[in-house]
Design a protein around this ligand. Sequence first.
Ligand code: SF4
Length: 354
Amino acid sequence: MNPTTDIQGKAEAVTASNAGQSVAWTEAEARDLYDLPLPELLFRAQTLHRRHFDPTEVETATLLSIKTGGCPEDCGYCSQSTHHKTGVKATKLMEVDSVLAEARKAREAGATRFCMGAAWRSPKDRDLDSVCRMIEGVRALGLETCVTLGMLAPDQVRRLGDAGLDYYNHNIDTSRAHYPRIATTRTMDDRLDTLSLVRKGGIKLCSGGIVGMGETVDDRIAMLVILANLAPPPESVPLNMWNAIPGTPVMDRAEPATPIAFVRLVALARLLMPASVVRLSAGRHAMSDEWQALCFLAGANSIFTGDTLLTTGNPQRAQDAALLAAMGMRMAPGPVRSNAAVAGNLRSASPSTD
Ligand code: SF4
């Protein structure tokens, strides 16, 4: 039997199960999809994308660093680690009122989700008191909430859930094989343990990775396979292009993905995790409009808006709005969810592989 026909059948099964809960992917299968001729790969990704989402809508989230720098972890890509000399100054945890003022600004600018990031290995319980008040306050503004705070203990997951947290971000960063070259103060299994705790706590997962850190194409694909096989996969999958940060160990071996290689990865994420929101995250300021447009065609349907992402640059919101308008697309007015009804309506007017 033709292997790509088999794989297509599997992708159809993922769609049928609606969230891919019972479908386990192998790296070889994922590689076969990744290597498809680009028109075929994009066609398949588009076909699945529009079954789950309105393909003209892009979710917008805003990210605020609520506690910057001074992190004891040694992630080789990060400007905020105390192990690297990057010039980033450590700050204290922001005051709750200041965070809520930023959330109000994000809401006025049109964001639907407000993400708060703290540079910790794991949060201290007293800090969690403030973070929980931030979550409650941001939710009261009508925004979805996401936090990234490092590794969590079960009781901390419960407290975040009680505060009403919608998403917890915890990236797996890269493949299992490449992980020890990226961080030594924690392991891939530490990451997966926290993701598992968060999932059991009823909080939605946001987890993805970074490309351009000296990994191979197979590493990138293996990373997506880990995420796709989480059963169910994360509801939100951020894909980052590593930002060149002088002073970090990754700087010496960084090799950016080509635009086509990145677009292929986005399409693969869409195929392996059709019900997940796929977010173009860090590194977007280095992408041309045409590159980003291809990513949207490949199934990306979320972006961060605002001119900074933690400590690095990001396109201006007006630039994003202009690109989406030129494509006849728009920023989603509310949270973006996999929606078979929306997809079904569009599907009748669309090409299909059925
Ligand atoms: S845990 Fe987060 S903040 Fe700390 S070094 Fe790693 S990526 Fe940076």
